[in-house]
Design a protein around this ligand. Structure first.
Ligand code: MG
Ligand code: MG
Length: 255
């Protein structure tokens, strides 16, 4: 069932969204060669605490291994890692790219957003990957309006990515978000226009293109969390939580 939110509920999600955006900005400021992904997690964790917010990621159940709930408040996915990277001792180096995925739960309402940053100076190939993925996010968001269906969102992502020679992930999806981190509907990164559930005012969605520069096949690493490109080529991830309003999509996770 797709849960529609009232204007008051969307206003609460906007507060959660602001916290998420602030955390991503703090991470962006901190990212430099030599920092570890665990240090970025600590920055995010301290800021959540300061704002009386909680992480919907921390302790998230692992579908592969029930003894390994997610240990961080952000996901840090480096280079060929696409999503769900576990923060820890890994040191970031000049030329790396790192996707930071962050959620915040504030007064019972959740927002979810991700950005991919370059560490130091990025290669032209990495910059193209980041640009394609970010543009795919905004193209997808612009399709999030009444009259369209979930398939239109999926197709918008796919076309924005494939028309520039990149590939979308097949196994992971955009999703509804609200009181829970993952609500219905699931929205693939590829699809058919005109198919799927109709979009309605009050839907709140975490739209998240996950883009691979090489073959779209992925593997889950031995930590049972990190999803990585099988061929080792770089991948990127951008995500915003949006609300569908009478006037079109509103991004809830922007600064
Ligand atoms: Mg996310
Ligand atoms: Mg998400």
């Amino acid at each position: 069932m797709i849960v529609l939110k009232s204007l008051q509920e969307i206003a609460k999600m906007r507060l959660a969204g602001k916290i998420v955006a602030e955390i991503l900005a703090l991470c962006q400021e901190a990212i430099r060669p030599g920092i570890t992904t665990g240090e970025l997690n600590k920055i995010a964790s301290q800021y959540l605490e300061k704002r009386n917010a909680h992480s919907p990621f921390l302790g998230y159940p692992n579908s592969i291994n029930p003894r390994k709930p997610f240990p961080g408040v952000i996901c840090t996915s480096v280079n060929e890692e696409v999503v769900h990277g576990v923060p820890g001792k890994r040191v970031l180096h000049e030329g790396d790219i790192v996707a930071i995925d962050c959620g915040a739960s504030y007064q019972g309402w959740i927002a979810d957003s991700a950005w991919t940053f370059s560490v130091g100076k990025a290669s032209a190939e990495s910059l193209a990957l980041l640009d394609v993925t970010e543009q795919a996010l905004y193209t997808t968001i612009s399709a999030a309006k009444v009259g369209n269906r979930t398939g239109d969102l999926a197709y918008a992502t796919q076309f924005a990515v494939e028309s520039r020679g990149f590939h979308v992930i097949r196994e992971y999806t955009s999703h509804g978000v609200g009181r829970k981190l993952h609500e219905e509907p699931q929205i693939l990164n590829h699809g058919t226009p005109g198919k799927g559930a109709p979009l309605k005012v009050g839907m709140t969605l975490a739209l998240e293109p996950m883009v691979l520069s090489g073959n779209p096949e992925t593997v889950v690493l031995p930590d049972d969390w990190t999803v990585a490109a099988k061929d080792g080529k770089y991948a990127a991830h951008f995500e915003h939580t949006i609300a569908i309003t009478e006037d079109g999509p509103e991004i809830l996770t922007k600064l």
